[in-house]
Design a protein around this ligand. Sequence first.
Ligand SMILES: Cc1ncc(COP(=O)(O)O)c(C=O)c1O
Length: 374
Amino acid sequence: MGIYLDNAATTAQKPAVVAEAMTEILTGEYGNPSRGAHGYSLAGYRVAESARNQVKQLFKADRRYEVAFTNNATVALNEVLKGLIQTGDHIITTSWEHNSVLRPLYQLEAQGASFDVVASEAVTGRLNYQEFTEKIRPETKAVICNHASNVTGNLLDLEWVKDFCEAHELYLIIDASQTAGVVPIDLSDGKIAAVCFTGHKSLYGPQGTGGVCVRKDLSLEPVITGGDGMQSFSKVQPKELPTLLEAGTLNIPGLAGLAASIQWLREKEARPALGEYFYQELQKIDGLTIYGDFNLPRVDVFSMNIKDAESAIVSDLLWEEFQIATRPGYHCAPLMHEALGTADRGTVRLSFSSFTTKAEVDTVLAALQNLALR
Ligand SMILES: Cc1ncc(COP(=O)(O)O)c(C=O)c1O
């Protein structure tokens, strides 16, 4: 169809094992996990447990952690934030956050909690880490941070934030939507309270999958309540994980696909670093503004503008004339655009995956050069 460079929204190309694993569920006879003692239900249960184990291995999560599955990172972030934060609590977050963090925080604020935002610099988007300390209050309970900006691709200094949270006894919640599967996340030191992830981006699983790997000592109120198949006479959601966060039937075909994609990721060879090559070549094109800090670690997500053109127009031209799929606009991260100075026109975002080839990158560079000359 063309060249797909909107992988930060979802990876459109998946490893073949994903469809194979999902087909096996849909053509086999898999029942509803924990909804019966018969073989069909047990078969469904085993699929979910296998996916849980894949996630635990990916994040090096030991017995202190449990994995709960949701539809996506958005639901996981809502469950953790709204389950943890109560009236009077204070949270520190950053200007890198996606609306799946910001909107729950605005809702919590309306209910009597409060939050402060660590600012970032124009054009580079670099976070001012000193502000984490300045924002602390006696009632600060948690820090929630995006592990990699979905606008600039820059990585959070996770070790710094982990030590900061440990020193100040704050719960650390990480939004790993852009990093799970592509940047190692190691929970073995126990310093992260919860990692929220989505299955359909850099984990290469199907849409409609995601979840949270959560430390069991985190006391969460259930946000979504309903059937768990076990304690039917209880008026409240069971407190045990993962049931606390998994009311309703799980997406077993999706989880089979997710388990297969994580296993594939864990076994596959490292891919050539196309991002560095792309950036070097981009700098040779006059008229581009490229946002982000290219001296700091990053994932292959690039935001740019061409001269003073609207990002939507550039993205449309890339699709209509060159069949290159990119994403214009604000990428659900309004505070980042205010910081970058792009709140008026957004940015054109190009994001790579394991399936992106050097030949595709060269075609994209030629297309950008073509547009920049107009
Ligand atoms: C940084 C970040 N957080 C959260 C999300 C939400 O992911 P999902 O739509 O899968 O819930 C996204 C997706 O765009 C994202 O980039």
